[in-house]
Design a protein around this ligand. Structure first.
Ligand SMILES: C[S@@+](CC[C@H](N)C(=O)[O-])C[C@H]1O[C@@H](n2cnc3c(N)ncnc32)[C@H](O)[C@@H]1O
Length: 259
């Protein structure tokens, strides 16, 4: 949810530029705890409809609670399913997702199947990322660069591309869509209080239990707990490091009117 708060303006910008407007029906792939579905729900409003899909039923329960808390539960709903098993007689105005295609063994095949639930001329809009930059800080802040490399390496070792954002064009083409409009925005920071430190710290804490299984270890002197964010901030701020964060890619296209 912290990541979703940081990402919301980027995702919203991509979706609005893709043409998602009030009254549309939207299918959100990999809804997680609901942030993108709720964002799409804010755009389409009560005259529209959003269905979020995810295989994690517990996450979707949290997502449902949040729609109740935020007053959009009558037009934002969720379905627990693997994306490759989803089927419906409905036809949507838009198929969207954030940080979902990178996790699919064959992203183009998954996308090709799911756009069969999209109306002719409907919108396909995805937000993906590239966090593979090997030296994100300058002047180099060793501990920051090491933990960012470690996180990217965890993804590589489980078969997930940390630079998937760069493959959006090809993924759309392989799914039978036109080459999409693509924009990229790179987050840059390093100042005291930057969200980078708590964000990267939280990611390291979340992957730490998997490190030994993957043949990886925390850098010397790094402890994966709530103190990590302050350690990263202290080290980077002390030397005035400017930090290149992840690059956020938005890509969108329309399904052909006829095939
Ligand atoms: C990184 S989270 C992104 C959540 C949300 N889109 C966001 O940006 O806040 C990825 C989500 O995709 C779901 N997911 C990944 N592959 C899936 C699949 N094949 N079928 C259903 N859900 C999937 C995971 O369970 C997880 O909740």
């Amino acid at each position: 949810m912290m990541q979703a708060r940081i990402m919301r303006p980027y995702t919203e910008g991509f979706f609005r530029r893709a043409g998602i407007v009030s009254g549309m029906s939207v299918l959100d792939l990999g809804a997680g705890v609901g942030d993108v579905s709720i964002l799409a729900g804010d755009i389409v409003g009560p005259g529209g409809r959003v269905v979020g899909l995810d295989r994690d039923a517990a996450g979707l329960e949290r997502a449902r609670q949040r729609t109740v808390e935020q007053g959009c539960s009558s037009w934002v709903s969720f379905q627990a399913t693997n994306l490759d098993d989803f089927s419906t007689a409905d036809q949507f105005d838009a198929v969207v997702g954030r940080y979902i295609l990178l996790y699919q063994p064959d992203a183009a095949a998954t996308l090709r199947r799911l756009i069969s639930f999209l109306k002719p001329g409907g919108i396909v809009a995805f937000h993906e990322v590239d966090f593979s930059c090997p030296h994100p800080s300058y002047p180099p802040c060793e501990v920051f660069d090491e933990v960012v490399w470690l996180v990217a390496e965890v993804f590589r070792r489980v078969g997930v591309r940390p630079d998937f954002g760069r493959f959006l064009g090809k993924t759309f083409l392989d799914a039978g869509l036109p080459f999409p409009a693509i924009v990229a925005e790179t987050l840059v920071g390093g100042e005291r209080g930057s969200a980078f430190y708590s964000w990267v710290g939280a990611i390291v804490v979340s992957v730490a239990p998997r490190l030994a299984d993957l043949g990886l270890a925390l850098p010397a002197g790094v402890v994966a707990d709530h103190s990590l964010a302050a350690k990263l901030e202290g080290a980077a701020v002390a030397q005035g490091s400017q930090i290149i964060g992840s690059t956020q890619f938005g890509a969108w296209a329309r399904k052909a009117l006829w095939s």
